[in-house]
Design a protein around this ligand. Structure first.
Ligand SMILES: [Fe+2]
Ligand SMILES: [Fe+2]
Length: 475
């Protein structure tokens, strides 16, 4: 179904046929816009930004590009096309027709999942509220804003489900999604990572690489859901999400490239010398990766989880690529072996029901996907003739949730004494000096085609435009 842009709320869900729902969402719309003005990109309301907007939901040509002022962006409700006769793909009801309404007995589970997913979307916009002021180029500024408006749209996607399927509770949750704020002492966002401030662009690239990728895997598993409107919503969100991870991967890749250039010019890899030239030394980058990777791992939840088992059994949340990647979609007898701390400084292997280990299955798939960028970045480093390699830390490192929570380990996941852990943390995580240095690099560059000195230009511009195109016109 094509998207109707003649409506106040663009949509492809026939919103005008359901007047009550339409009115409720039109009532929420100004609240969303108020939130955007207050918590969205600070100071850029009058800028003309070259943005893409969804115009259809097909794989080909689903978006159009044009210049928009962000408060005028057409946030709407877009579901991927229904798959005719779609059947439940996993869990106890495997093979039965999917649901168009939420079954009463699973209502609170669905609501919690949708609210949790919905909460992350505006949270990331809030985290990046001030970032535009220090953009390394107009190209990057535009990418930041593209990510921001799409996270705003993802909030719409979840709010639509809440309004359409959860009655008064859903409407109240939709209001709460605008009332919690990232880092707020009284009403913080639900998940820890989404309360970390993102005040520099290196953190932004790490966030889009690691934390948006968590989003990708959550969406992939919700795209398998038996509740068809949720599955279709998430399938379309994934189309938009891919760009967010592209921003992260190429952003970090460009930082690496620029650093390698200066290493070559100076003939040294000494951090102090490189910092003298205003680039990001690779060990510093590694510490940022350690921070954001470990923080994002917690988003998958505990290794052993009866909640996750329930979600799988009830057909609420499957595994990413459930249909194509697995033979057994019911998993009643299957087991999973988990290495866990034995409480005496060693590691034991725990055998648990596979259903209980679904969070871990998702996390393992995420880690594998996260490796791809590191391979590419390391290829650049290798080609430049250096032995240094970027590495993902062990999934046991610096965890706050699950079996490894608060177990002191080194980057390889070896359990060590707490005193050693504390002493070595400055080797592993960004130090205050690192952060101050990175912050000192954050100076706005807003001449078309120009890049800040700490980052190389991208390979190409947006939508076949040149790098010197004025992607954002600051009025
Ligand atoms: Fe999102
Ligand atoms: Fe995203």
């Amino acid at each position: 179904m094509s998207i109707d842009y003649s409506q106040k709320i663009p949509n492809n869900v026939n919103l005008s046929n359901d007047r009550t729902l339409q009115r409720a969402l039109e009532h929420w719309q100004p609240h969303f816009l108020d939130w955007w003005r207050e918590m969205g990109p600070h100071d850029f309301a009058s800028a003309d930004v070259y943005l893409r907007t969804a115009t259809g939901v097909d794989a080909q040509g689903w978006a159009s590009y044009g210049t928009v002022k962000m408060p005028d962006y057409r946030w709407g409700i877009f579901l991927a096309d229904a798959i005719p006769e779609r059947k439940i793909g996993f869990g106890d009801s495997f093979g039965e027709p999917v649901w168009q309404q939420v079954p009463g007995e699973f209502r609170s589970q669905f609501r919690r999942l949708i609210v949790t997913q919905g909460d992350t979307e505006p949270a990331s916009v809030e985290q990046q509220h001030l970032l535009g002021h220090t953009c390394p180029s107009l190209y990057d500024l535009r990418n930041l804003f593209q990510v921001n408006v799409e996270e705003g749209r993802h909030l719409w996607a979840m709010v639509y489900l809440l309004h359409a399927h959860f009655g008064r509770d859903g409407r109240e949750e939709a209001e709460e999604l605008l009332a919690r704020h990232s880092g707020d002492a009284d009403k913080p966002r639900i998940l820890g990572t989404f309360n970390e401030p993102i005040s520099d662009w290196l953190s932004f690239f790490c966030f889009t690489y690691f934390t948006d990728r968590d989003g990708k895997f959550q969406l992939k598993s919700l795209a398998e859901s038996s509740f068809d409107p949720l599955a279709r919503t998430c399938r379309f969100m994934l189309t938009e999400e891919a760009h967010h991870m592209f921003v992260g991967e190429t952003g970090i890749g460009r930082v690496v490239r620029r650093t390698l250039e200066v290493m070559k010019e100076l003939g040294t890899d000494v951090a102090q010398a490189l910092r003298g030239q205003g680039v990001i030394d690779l060990p510093l980058l590694q510490r940022y990766l350690n921070f954001w990777f470990s923080s994002s791992l917690d988003l998958f939840g505990s290794e052993v989880s009866s909640n996750a088992a329930g979600s799988f059994a009830n057909g609420i949340k499957g595994r990413p690529d459930e249909t194509t990647q697995y033979q057994d979609h019911v998993c009643t007898d299957a087991t999973y072996e988990l290495p866990t701390p034995d409480g005496k400084g060693g590691v034991q292997t725990e055998k648990v029901s596979l259903r209980n280990a679904m969070n871990e299955v998702l996390r393992v798939a995420y880690v594998r996907d996260s490796e791809i960028g590191l391979k590419r970045w390391n290829m650049q480093i290798q080609k430049a003739g250096h032995d240094f390699r970027l590495k993902l830390p062990s999934t046991r490192f610096r965890r706050s949730i699950g079996a490894w929570a608060n177990v002191p380990t080194d980057l390889e996941g070896r359990i060590i004494a707490r005193e050693e852990y504390q002493r070595r943390l400055p080797e592993w995580l960004p130090t205050p000096a690192d952060r101050t240095y990175v912050q000192s690099l954050m100076q706005r560059v807003s001449t078309p085609g120009k890049m800040a000195g700490w980052i190389a230009p991208p390979d190409r511009g947006i939508n076949n435009l040149g790098l010197d195109y004025e992607y954002v016109r600051l009025n």
